[in-house]
Structure formats: C-alpha cells, structure tokens
Design a protein around this ligand. Structure first.
Ligand SMILES: Nc1ncnc2c1ncn2[C@@H]1O[C@H](COP(=O)(O)OP(=O)(O)OP(=O)(O)O)[C@@H](O)[C@H]1O
Length: 617
C-alpha cells in the first residue's frame, strides 16, 4: 500500500478513508475474489458497523483496514488514507488497535491488572506511574468495571468475569494507549442482546468523547444496538451494497423500491435483502445484483449516503491523547516477566499441574526402584532408573504444549497491535520457566533420589539435580520450538512426542552407543540433549561405585539379563567405571556436556526466534 506518511504527534485523525480495496486468494486449489473494490470513509468520533451475511467479507475488510498481516496466498490492493494522505503500516500500527473476535485476555489476571499491564506495555516511558494509574481507573469507570476490577478474568477451572465484562475489559485494554482508530471484530459475538447493547453503547460514548474512529464488524444487532451506529457498510459476496449513515438507510431503501417494513428490526431486514446463501429462487439473486449495481454506479448512488454528520459532545472531558513516542525495549521483557510470573503462580494449569505430575512420577520411580543395593543384580535397575529419570522426565515436558500455545496466541495478537516483538516474548518466556523447572528438579530429586538410593553424597545429589534441570530446560525449549512451527495443539504434541521418542532411542540406553546404527551414530547422538543428560547421570552414579557379587542372592548372575558385557558379570567385584567404559562414556567430560547442552538450548531458542519472526499469524 501507500507511502507518504502523514505526521502523527498528538494529532487528531479527522478522516480515515479507503479506496478500491480488493482482496484475492489464490493457491493451487482456489482462485477467489474475497473483496471487490470497496470504498468508504469514517470520521473522528464515529461508530461504524461492517455488516453482511456470514462469509460476505467483513473480517477480511477489517483486517485490510487495520493493516493486519495476510498470508502470502492473499493479494491485497487498494489505498488507505489518514487525514486525506496516504499512510504506511507503521503509522497504522501506532495509531490504531485491533480487538479480536476471541478475547486474548490472560485468565488469571484481574480486570485492573489486565489494564495496568496493557498500559505498561503500550504507553511511552514518559507517562508517570500516577498518570498510568489514573488512566486505568478512568477506563475501569467509563466501562462500568469498577465493581469487578479485582475479579480475575477467568480460567478453565476458575470462573471469573461474565462474557460481557470480558469483552469490555478487552476493549478497555486496547483503549488505554489512546488509539485514534479502534477496530473490533465481532465485539458482541457470544453476548445476549442486552450485553451487546451495553458494550456498543460504551464504545459509542468513548468514540464521541475522545474523537476516536471505532469500526466494528457485527452480525445481527438488535434494533437498539443498530441505532447506536453512525454509519453502516453492508457487504454481500465481497461487494458493497450500501455504505453511509444509518439515518439515511431507510430513505435509500425506499428510493430503490425496497422499503423497510414497519416494526421490523432494520438490521435483520437489510441482512435478509443481501443474503442469497439460502435463497433458492432466482428473484432474490437478481435482487442482490440490482442492489450492488445501483450502489456501484456513481450515477445512481445517492449523494446523501456519503454525507456524514459528526456531532461532538463538547462538554465531555476527553481522555488525554498520548504522544506517540517510543517505549523502552528493556522495560518490555521486564513487564512481560512480571505478567508471566503472576500467571504462572496463579494459574495452576501453567506449572501447578506439572509440579503435581512430576511429584507423582518421583513417588512412582522411588517406589518402583526402592532402595537399590550394591549387589551386581542392581546394576541394571540403576541404569534403568537413570534412563527413566532423564528420558521420561524430558518426554513429560509435552504437558507444557497447551500453556505455551496460549501464551503464543496472546503474543501474536499483542505483536499485531505493535506492543512488543518476538525477542521480548521469548526472553520473558525463557526466564519465567527457569525457577519453576528448578523447583520441579529439586522436588523430584528429593523424593526419587533418596528413595532409589542413588549415591548418598551431597555433591552427587546436586549433580543429579543439575542434570535433571538442564534436561527439563532443553525439553521445554524443544516444546517451544515445535509449537512455534506448528501452533496446533495435536500437531505440536505429536511432533514433540516424536522428537522425544527419537532422542530416547538414540540416547544410549536402548541401544548401546558402541553398536548404534551408523545412520544415527554420527549425527543424532550429538544433538540429542537426552544423551548428554543420560551420560552425565551415569557418570555421576557409576564413576565412584563398586558393585559386590556377595550382595547378590545366589544364582542371580544366571538370571541377570543385563546390558553390560557378559565378561563383567563373571567378576566378583565390578567397578562402576567398567560399566561406563562398556558404554564408551569417558569421565571428566561433565563441563563439556553441560556446555553442549546449553548450546542445544540456545539453538532451540534461536531457531524459535527465527520462526516467530517469520511467522506473523
Ligand atoms: N484463508 C482463506 N482461504 C480461502 N478463503 C478464505 C480464507 N479466509 C477467508 N476466506 C473466505 O473469504 C470470504 C470472506 O470471509 P470473512 O471471514 O471475511 O467473512 P465474514 O463476513 O467475516 O464471515 P463471518 O461473519 O462468518 O465471520 C469467505 O468466503 C471465506 O470462506
């Protein structure tokens, strides 16, 4: 789209217009026009409705107007102007906000915290703390949210605000940065007619008081809600059928001999007029062609439809407009970290359930491998327990997929509104996981390590904790990477499980590294984080341990189906070092392995950053 930016400081946007907006989607399976040459304009203080039957192109038009990113298969044409000058994406990002159909609110925050974090992320540094608080309270009051300001939004297991209240919080949180244009995709979806009216009348008031242009797609408003709008754009099959003041609609319909019936909801009537999805008769289809032709033809299009009367309430005190200066890029990750911290300890689904799961696994492991002894027959159980403690713990990191996908979806929406970028998101995401994963590692080890009777030595215990912690950090980084490439729950879950399965298979336990198939031996093992953890834990346990044959019950050697070589089973005393030699694990490599593990973690995180920078939706 166009260059030649207008200069926005504290300027009011008086006019926002769009000309000849067309969208086409073309790929191997389809070539379809979604929007055809749509023109329109909106003025400061107006509440504008985008209406039309399902699939008519309302959301697509809204996305174009808001400069939202489109997938490459879409081709978008047209011109968007602010104050009659062409405007770039950067100007739009700074001047507008987009409220999605689905709320991207964080369920464990309260309404007040949600607005406060939106202010911290969106407002420039020059805004003082007191001013920020004042704006939050002002918006809570103007959206009728003071009564529920300290109630949480609501999570899957904890009820919070009602649907209407959530929508109001969504809208209020976007208004905190004083956008000059506010786009809303179906702001009333899922609300009853009373709640819909309530939300739209708040928006109308805010638009008038602050001279904001509010453009909302809406499905089927009640008569009262419809009458709140200043303007309506009616779409059908990607074409414009009417675009002008709501007050002029009825006389226009009379002019084209389709008068609005008395006592009928006008929104319902116009939607019926242009809906041919379920019409079996030819008459309806021809009627739609006639309506669109009349509108498309400048000769027959009524001049009044484009005349807009904006009446402002000059007595109302407007919310002050903020200068559009830059925010500190250092403060953003800190704010995200603070928000993630509140979420992680309040929302049991984020880490609470995982902590409980790992404690259960620790108890299970500790009781299955209960008090292993120093007899030779315990060598294999020790190795099995180490494998379980490294590989299976890493596998269970798949439980993080849903929480990460939720965070990613919030990030995608907030990034589209220009709040912060992928680096801030990933830094905050990484740091917030560390204390929780450390806590899990310590709690798991306290239970499992002593119950299993691993080497009773403080330094061995803390080394075990360190390996487990690194294992979980790497496993979580793998989850983050996979779920960023494929942000669909089932696919992310399946692929992470697959990757973990592969790392388990080539990690050294299931096939001794000395006999591993060459196809895997020379690459997979080296990037397999589980193999370094397994090696590390093995060295930690076996390098200073001796297994006695005397401790074994008689005849146990014959029953022993061990992985370690048979010549070792004949000896009366087995040094743990010999077990390590049989696996080809050298001692003294701990630092190297820790370094490699950290590089693997960094690698996953950097790859994720690349994915998030490239994937905008
Ligand atoms: N990614 C896509 N690929 C192909 N067609 C698409 C894509 N996205 C939307 N469309 C098509 O574009 C048309 C307009 O869709 P859009 O979502 O804008 O309609 P809408 O009026 O907002 O519908 P609804 O009210 O049901 O949300 C529809 O026919 C839809 O099938």
């Amino acid at each position: 789209m166009a260059s030649n930016d207008v200069h926005l400081h504290n300027d009011i946007i008086d006019t926002f217009c769009w000309e000849k907006v067309s969208v086409r989607v073309k790929d191997k399976t389809q070539d379809k026009r979604l929007l055809e040459s749509i023109d329109g304009a909106a003025y400061a203080g107006e509440l504008v409705a985008m209406m039309g039957p399902s699939g008519s192109g309302k959301s697509t038009l809204l996305n174009v107007l808001a400069h939202r990113p489109f997938e490459p298969k879409f081709s978008v044409e047209g011109q968007l102007c602010i104050n009659r000058a062409a405007a770039s994406t950067a100007i739009f990002r700074r001047a507008s906000c987009f409220v999605e159909q689905e709320d991207s609110l964080i369920g464990s925050l309260t309404a007040r915290e949600t607005l406060d974090f939106a202010a911290k992320l969106g407002l420039p540094n020059s805004v003082s703390r007191a001013e920020r608080k004042r704006r939050v309270e002002e918006l809570l009051a103007s959206f009728g949210l003071l009564r529920v300001a300290d109630t949480i939004i609501g999570t899957a297991i904890r009820k919070g605000l009602s649907g209407g209240e959530k929508r109001r919080v969504s809208v209020a949180s976007q208004l905190i940065t004083c956008p000059k244009i506010l786009f809303l995709d179906e702001p009333t979806s899922g609300l009853d007619s009373v709640a819909s009216f309530e939300v739209m009348s708040f928006l109308k008031e805010v638009a008038k008081k602050n001279r904001i242009i509010v453009i909302a797609s809406i499905h089927q408003p009640s008569t009262a809600t419809f009458n709140l709008f200043d303007k309506v754009f009616l779409l059908s099959q990607g074409k414009l059928c009417y675009g002008g003041p709501v007050s002029f609609l009825s006389s226009y319909l009379e002019d084209i001999r389709l008068p609005m019936p008395l006592h009928m909801n006008p929104a319902e009537y116009i939607l019926e007029l242009v809906n041919v999805d379920f019409a079996s008769d030819q008459i309806r289809a021809e009627q739609l062609i006639r309506i669109t032709r009349l509108w498309q033809n400048p000769a027959t299009r009524p001049r009044q439809a484009q005349v807009v009367d904006v009446s402002f309430d000059s007595s109302a005190r407007p919310v002050s407009l903020m200068p559009l200066t830059k925010r500190s890029q250092l403060l953003v990750p800190v704010t995200l970290l603070h928000r993630n911290w509140i979420k992680s300890y309040r929302d049991v689904l984020t880490y609470g359930i995982r902590i409980a799961m790992y404690l259960g696994l620790a108890l299970m492991m500790g009781t299955v491998w209960l008090r292993l002894q120093s007899g030779q027959e315990y060598i294999q159980p020790f190795i099995n327990a180490i494998f379980f403690g490294s590989a299976f713990m890493s596998f269970m990191a798949v439980a993080y997929v849903p929480a990460y996908l939720e965070d990613r979806s919030t990030f995608i929406k907030e990034r589209a509104n220009g709040l912060y970028g992928a680096t801030s998101f990933l830094v905050a995401n990484f740091i917030i996981g560390l204390p929780w994963l450390f806590l899990i590692s310590v709690l798991f080890s306290i239970i499992a390590y002593w119950l299993c009777n691993f080497r009773p030595d403080a330094s061995a215990f803390f080394t075990f904790v360190m390996w487990l912690f690194l294992d979980l950090v790497a496993a979580e980084s793998l989850v983050v990477f996979m779920a960023s490439i494929f942000p669909v729950f089932v696919i992310a879950l399946a692929l992470t499980a697959f990757a973990n399965g592969l790392w388990m298979s080539v990690g050294g336990f299931l096939v001794n590294p000395t006999v591993l198939n060459v196809f895997w031996k020379y690459w997979a093992r080296y990037i397999d984080f589980q193999s370094y953890v397994f090696q590390g834990m093995m060295v930690n346990e076996f390098s200073q341990r001796v297994f006695e044959c005397s401790a074994a019950p008689s005849g146990s050697q014959a029953d022993c189906s061990c992985m370690y070589p048979s010549h070792l089973q004949d000896q009366c005393q087995i040094d743990g070092g010999a077990i390590l030699d049989s696996y080809g694990y050298g001692r003294g490599n701990t630092r190297l392995w820790v370094g490699i593990l950290l590089c693997i973690v960094l690698g996953y995180r950097l790859l994720t950053l690349g994915v998030l920078m490239l994937k905008k939706t």
